[in-house]
Design a protein around this ligand. Structure first.
Ligand code: MEV
Length: 326
């Protein structure tokens, strides 16, 4: 018997980083997924294999890499943590074979680690015939994110669990927004991978050095997200675009942009985007451009001409779901 769970990635429309400091964020589940398949095995080890080219086995705390060299342990440890969190919660010890199938590029800000944790928790829960509630899935999947950085806001895990468009604030219930107007978005991937934890640490360090400046930036970002939510609710997409532009400026002030990201942001705007900003932790990874429907191709070409890889994404209404395959 196998249990399978499929979870969507995410794109943050406004508020990344500042959400760590209790400000709201506006985030959307996207139609790119991670699937996790789990089966019991007769021993107590956990073998994890990912289509991204990493395979290895955890025996207790020991790790044996089979594919992907030294990076395998770093990439696969969060899966091990998520699976172990569920085994602890159900108070059961057994070995597991876990297969990860991902169409979300890793470490570029599209929520691959959040979706991976959420899908792992749901699949292992389903294997033991437990349908965790949404808050339980978020809580259990946060264990793995603490390995990535020690103060996760939970925004990625929440949107991957619930799906749709969400107004999120740390330690508060997520507010799902019913969005009438279709949002036409193009992502531009710089192809530069980066580690979320380091970028979160760098923002914290800047805030420690210049708290009176950074606290104002952080508070402005909170106001900005509130206005972005209103713009979205009233269908004012050009205002939403403008707010995304300003949000990019605040992220530059926080020190998490890069030459490659700035280049793609400017290319998207020149191509006719209503607004563009880095999305996720920054430092590399992706930009997100809000575009009028008829300019999707022009903006995609502009991103390509500026050495980025364009990805057209759509809103995903549903969050994680799981099932049994006999
Ligand atoms: C990463 O997708 C979002 C960050 O705000 C970190 C977090 O919220 O935990 C950078």
């Amino acid at each position: 018997m196998k249990a399978i769970a499929k979870a969507p990635g995410k794109a943050i429309l406004t508020g990344e980083h500042f959400v760590v400091y209790d400000q709201p964020a506006l985030v959307m589940a996207i139609d790119r997924f991670i699937s996790v398949t789990v089966a019991k095995r007769p021993d107590t080890s956990i073998r994890i294999s990912s289509t991204l080219g990493y395979t290895g086995t955890f025996e207790g705390e020991k790790f044996h890499s089979e594919q992907g060299g030294g990076a395998a342990q770093r990439i696969l440890t969060p899966v091990h943590i998520s699976a172990s969190a569920v085994l602890d919660a159900v108070n059961y010890r057994c070995g597991l074979n876990i297969n990860v199938d991902s169409e979300i590029p890793v470490e570029v800000g599209l929520g691959s680690s959040g979706a991976l944790a959420v899908a792992t928790v749901s699949a292992v829960g389903r294997l033991f015939d437990i349908a965790f509630s949404e808050p339980e899935v978020v809580n259990l999947s946060l264990e793995a994110e603490r390995y990535v950085h020690n103060n996760p806001s939970g925004v990625d895990q929440t949107v991957s669990t619930y799906g749709g468009v969400i107004q999120y604030r740390k330690n508060q219930s997520a507010i799902r927004l019913e969005v009438e107007s279709p949002l036409s978005l193009v992502i531009g991937n710089t192809g530069v991978r980066r580690e979320t934890g380091r970028l979160v640490d760098s923002v914290r360090a800047r805030r420690t050095r210049i708290p009176d400046v950074m606290d104002r930036v952080i508070r402005s970002a909170g106001v900005l997200t509130t206005k972005a939510v209103d713009a979205l609710k009233s269908g004012n997409v050009s205002l939403l675009g403008e707010l995304m532009d300003v949000n990019h400026g605040l992220l530059v002030a926080a020190g998490v942009s890069s030459i490659e990201l700035d280049r793609l942001v400017h290319a998207a705007r020149s191509g006719g985007a209503l607004g563009a900003k880095l999305t996720g932790a920054g430092g590399g990874g992706c930009v997100l451009a809000l575009v009028p429907d008829e300019r999707q191709d022009t903006v995609s070409r502009a991103i390509q001409d500026a050495d980025g890889v364009p990805i057209k994404v759509n809103k995903m209404e549903g969050g994680v779901h799981s099932w049994i395959n006999e």
